[in-house]
Design a protein around this ligand. Structure first.
Ligand SMILES: Nc1nc2c(ncn2[C@@H]2O[C@H](COP(=O)(O)OP(=O)(O)OP(=O)(O)O)[C@@H](O)[C@H]2O)c(=O)[nH]1
Length: 653
């Protein structure tokens, strides 16, 4: 533990230059009070509507994010700051403002980062007669807190110079607090610890202060104590942002360079790009070029999110806002791209690593005739998120569908069948070639090509939990083929463990099981690690000798027997008896490792209705027809939808 977090000791030194709040205010005001002296922004060009961005040179700008473990109060705190600055009305009655996407509302978590610009007058009374307040422009970039979205977190941090690291005063530091701290720390950002929810009866800020000292080497004296619920302590948050977080470092006189942070599609306005202007200025009517595609666009509209789109006609160095430039699809808006003045020469900004989708599922409409509706829903989703990865695929069992690299689109009304999530495995053949396999069904046994080695992606998992659960957590991790890396106490009650785990082992049900064995107290986060060699086999499910492609999985050899047995037993329960015998087999290549038989029905549904009861006969036939519609037919065997979803529960290796 000491070794791992040794690097964090340096974090403290970054906070040291910041003086205590009251002492820091005066020098800042002397420097920026009165007229601007750093960037000469033309006021004529900067006005469109009521907002004049010309009065905000970089020195009066702060770009920051709020990062936290899920549910520690990021979005509530963000809302309170928006209210405090008058950006939104108090008690606006909406769900948290920055959580825009429907998927976020439904799942109650923040998925996609959103930005809001606030104006804040801040200063001190230098003497009784004179009040010296200055106007600041603060860009708050909300970040997702859920375990699956660390890519989005690091993306939003690229536009920031500092973060508020929010920790629940009762729950203390959790796994994602640790992960988010390191994302911010590695990006060299100023970190302001905020201990939130101090109104709770179980709040223990003293314990949390000790944790942030021991884990992150942050000075507990620098922590702000807040309740985003009651408003207690919130008055110190924005002054700390202004005093401690540096202003954006760009050059006003250099040619325009801006970073494309995000994009979404609006039915009326087209593609809207969120951008951070790093150097120079961007004006309506400018011609801008993309480093990634070399396409040139005219800037049709430019402005800030305040919090709705607010046209300003211009964005200056250090400012964050939106641009509409006639892009037709979000696919043209490459997140992390550098946009610059057409015909100028600039060095592109570092950008971001592209999102790596490491978990894939097949996604099929439960009723084949709903394919177009599903297609439309997926189109809408990809339009709003260029990072989602989707490709069409066809399964013999399930018809046309998709291979999907993220969660199921929530806005699709009809039922979907999602196949067992899988990860991209790597197979090496005798001729030295390597093939990545995202869909187990695609791994065909080819006698001409002998597999010589298999590799699977792994993760480094961080788990934090009360020490009495050490035994069950170790058992769970070793059942999931984990390799222990680290074990330490973060305070007298809580333990932090690090494990290397195969990604495949955590994609189905790991987190639920971890929660259940620790009575809900464990928190979990993971980062991608390298591929590891592994003894993998493809497990086929056969119905009457015919493989069901959508049910194929890749499993570890040691677990194949158990998984195969469980799968066939489960299927037996879900497949109705039919007019003929059905054999269900699990097989590795040509070797059958588990087998069940469903005996045939002796009578058909009408057999009972001897005599002339036509209405009853018709009713029975209708019922049977309805039932058939929900079935997927493989060869001659009908498989109910439920069988596919039930398999998900078994196939956790
Ligand atoms: N008692 C108390 N509850 C709070 C406070 N701040 C937030 N909450 C509640 O905690 C819950 C989670 O708050 P959110 O703001 O949604 O948490 P979040 O960190 O944004 O969560 P994600 O968006 O899922 O990452 C909500 O029910 C809030 O009302 C606080 O200071 N005190």
């Amino acid at each position: 533990m000491g070794a791992l977090y040794g690097a964090a000791r340096a974090a403290r030194s970054r906070l040291r230059p910041f003086l205590s709040e009251s002492r820091a205010i005066v020098p800042i005001l002397h420097k920026i009070g009165g007229e601007r002296s750093f960037c000469s922004h033309s006021r004529q060009n900067s006005r469109e509507g009521a907002v004049d961005l010309g009065q905000f040179p970089p020195e009066r700008i702060r770009n920051f994010s709020i990062i936290a473990h899920v549910d520690h109060g990021k979005s509530t705190l963000a809302d309170r700051l928006l209210e405090l600055t008058g950006t939104i009305k108090k008690g606006h009655g909406q769900p948290q403002y920055l959580d825009k996407l429907q998927v976020e509302r439904e799942r109650g978590i923040t998925v996609k980062a959103q930005t809001a610009t606030m104006f804040y007058r801040y200063g001190i009374k230098e003497d009784d007669a004179m009040e010296n307040l200055s106007n600041y422009l603060l860009n708050l970039i909300d970040t997702p807190g859920h375990v699956d979205f660390s890519y989005e977190v690091s993306r939003s941090l690229a536009a920031c110079q500092g973060v508020l690291l929010v920790v629940d005063a009762a729950q203390g530091v959790q796994a994602q607090t640790v992960a988010n701290f390191y994302l911010a720390f590695e990006s060299n950002l100023t970190i302001i610890p905020v201990i939130n929810k101090i109104d709770q009866p179980t709040a223990d800020p003293v314990r949390v202060k000790a944790q942030i000292k021991s884990l992150f080497d942050l000075d507990p004296a620098d922590a702000l104590l807040t309740s985003a619920k009651t408003g207690q302590g919130l008055e110190h948050v924005l002054p700390a942002v202004i005093d401690r977080i540096p202003s954006p470092p760009g050059k006003c006189d250099s040619p325009l360079r801006m970073l494309l942070l995000d994009s979404y599609y609006d039915e009326y306005k087209g593609v809207i790009c969120h951008v951070a202007v790093v150097d120079g200025a961007l004006r309506k009517g400018d011609k801008i070029a993309s480093s990634a595609t070399d396409h040139v666009y005219e800037v049709l509209d430019v402005g800030i999110m305040h919090p709705e789109l607010t046209p300003t006609g211009v964005l200056f160095t250090g400012q964050v806002g939106y641009v509409i430039s006639g892009m037709r699809s979000t696919k043209e808006a490459r997140v992390g791209d550098t946009l610059y003045q057409a015909k100028s020469t600039v060095v592109p900004l570092p950008g971001f690593k592209p999102a790596k989708h490491m978990v894939f599922s097949g996604l099929y409409p439960a009723d084949g005739s709903d394919f177009d509706a599903l297609n439309h829903a997926i189109d809408r989703l990809t339009c709003n998120d260029a990072g989602v990865s989707v490709s069409k695929e066809t399964s013999t069992a399930l018809g046309m569908g998709f291979r999907y690299g993220l969660s199921v689109p929530q806005e699709y009304g009809a039922k979907v069948i999602s196949t067992v999530p899988t990860v991209p495995y790597m197979f090496e053949y005798a001729d030295g070639s390597k093939v990545q396999v995202q869909n187990p069904a695609a791994l065909t046994s080819n006698p001409g090509k002998r597999v010589t080695a298999c590799y699977e992606p792994s993760v480094i998992a961080t788990i934090i939990f009360p020490s009495e659960y050490v035994g069950p957590v170790i058992t769970l991790c070793s059942e999931r083929r984990g390799e222990p890396l680290e074990y330490s106490f973060i305070d007298c009650q809580r333990v932090l463990m690090k494990y290397r785990l195969p990604l495949r082992e955590i994609v189905v049900d790991f987190y639920n099981e971890l929660k259940s064995i620790t009575s809900g107290y464990a928190s979990f986060d993971y980062e991608d690690a390298e591929y590891q060699q592994s003894d993998l086999v493809k497990l086929d499910i056969l119905l009457n000798g015919q493989p069901v492609d959508a049910m194929a999985t890749i499993v570890h050899n040691l677990k194949a027997q158990r998984v195969g047995r469980e799968l066939v037993e489960k299927l037996k329960k879900f497949i109705d008896r039919q007019m003929f015998e059905i054999t269900i087999q699990a097989a590795i290549g040509s070797k059958v490792i588990a087998r069940e038989t469903i005996s045939p029905l002796r009578k058909n549904v009408l057999a009972k209705c001897y005599g002339g009861d036509v209405t009853r006969k018709r009713k029975l036939l209708e019922k049977q027809k309805e039932g058939k519609k929900r079935m997927k037919r493989v060869g001659s065997v009908d498989i109910p939808q439920e069988a596919f979803s039930e398999l998900l529960k078994v196939s956790k290796d």
